[in-house]
Design a protein around this ligand. Structure first.
Ligand SMILES: Cc1ncc(COP(=O)(O)O)c(C=O)c1O
Length: 337
């Protein structure tokens, strides 16, 4: 694309040429359909609109130095959509259908896959909605699976720098036995009061605690949390945390670097002991954390204004795999050809 300023693209929506749709009706999935419309026509009583029967995914296509386009662990996203949708009693697209739809949307919008040097990527958003009409609270009989693509800019326009976050005590994004472990739209709606308040007070995002006791760390904005100390990668375990594919990958890489890994409940008080802290997810790979403000204790945990050595190493290594700069020894990458 000759006239896109790849380096200054925001993490926002930009129209591309095509998206994919696939309908589930009469108990089976139809063919993938290509659309050039940005709009969907939905029944006014569709369950997604009233009862939040909606799940989604987020992944990226990366253009390598060799010009090839790579997807990172897209089958894991496919599986997570199955897990999320099943929990909300939805019919879910089979793994192969999901992967085919994702590859197809990338191919059709190939001219929007940013060049290697730009740091930008093509963001892919698969979503699944209950499309059938119901008035009572019950699962839809019909579903619509869609995938759209939009190019997004490099997450760290100012370079890979730590951000400050704030602990939230007065709202919850997910209930203890609720939907925090699945990727449904309702979780994100519920996270907005805390996110908006954190932004208003000058923080990048909010650090969510467990809803029951407000004692353990859950998630950091729309990302998993990790801390580093004594050559150990520590990440919280809880029913209300979304299993992050980035986090799972960082765990494997940390083990490969000879680090220990602990996946367990992490108390807020343990923040004091970390040498490094960060948030991880597809959007940024790692957002290093500079400071964490605890409004209840009126206390600041300070990890410094430089990114720590372990976070830097993990970030560099994972990005290199995603862009095809180093051999893909874990078979995480799938080419789109
Ligand atoms: C709530 C939440 N946690 C964690 C993540 C990170 O998951 P992943 O690494 O699979 O992108 C995301 C983003 O998808 C998210 O929305």
């Amino acid at each position: 694309m000759e006239n896109i300023d790849w380096k200054n693209l925001p993490f926002g929506y930009l129209k591309t040429d095509y998206n994919i749709r696939c309908y589930y009706q009469d108990g089976k999935w139809g063919e993938l359909e290509v659309s050039s419309s940005e709009y969907v026509s939905l029944h006014i009583a569709a369950t997604t609109l009233h009862y939040g029967q909606e799940v989604f995914e987020g992944l990226k296509a990366y253009r390598g130095k060799d010009g090839k386009i790579r997807l990172f662990r897209c089958r894991e996203n496919a599986q997570r959509m199955v897990d999320s949708g099943s929990y909300l009693q939805m019919a879910t697209p089979p793994i192969e259908l999901f992967v085919e739809a994702v590859k197809k949307v990338v191919k059709l919008n190939e001219r929007f896959v940013p060049p290697y040097e730009s740091g930008a990527t093509l963001y892919l958003r698969p979503l699944l909605v209950g499309s059938g009409p119901e008035v009572g609270v019950k699962p839809s009989k019909d579903y619509l699976f869609m995938v759209f693509a939009t190019p997004v800019g490099p997450y760290f326009k100012m370079g890979f720098k730590p951000v400050d976050v704030m602990i939230t005590y007065d709202s919850d994004r997910a209930a203890p036995l609720g939907t925090g472990h699945v990727k449904c739209g309702g979780n994100y709606a519920a996270s907005l009061p805390a996110a908006v308040e954190a932004h208003r007070l000058g923080y990048a995002t909010s650090l969510y605690l467990d809803a029951k006791e407000k004692k353990y760390i859950d998630e950091c904005g729309p990302a998993n949390f990790f801390g580093i100390k004594n050559n150990t990668y520590i990440t919280p375990e809880s029913h209300s945390i979304l299993p992050s594919i980035t986090n799972r990958s960082l765990i494997t890489l940390a083990e490969g670097l000879g680090m220990k890994v602990e996946r367990r409940p992490v108390e807020v008080s343990e923040l004091e002991t970390f040498e490094e802290a960060g948030a991880c997810g597809t959007a940024a790979v790692i957002s290093p954390i500079g400071k964490i403000f605890d409004p209840q204790l009126n206390k600041v945990y300070d990890y410094g204004c430089e990114v720590g050595p372990v976070s830097t190493k993990l970030y560099t290594l994972l990005r290199a795999i995603q862009y095809g700069d180093v051999p893909d020894t874990h078979q995480w990458v799938e080419l789109v050809d």
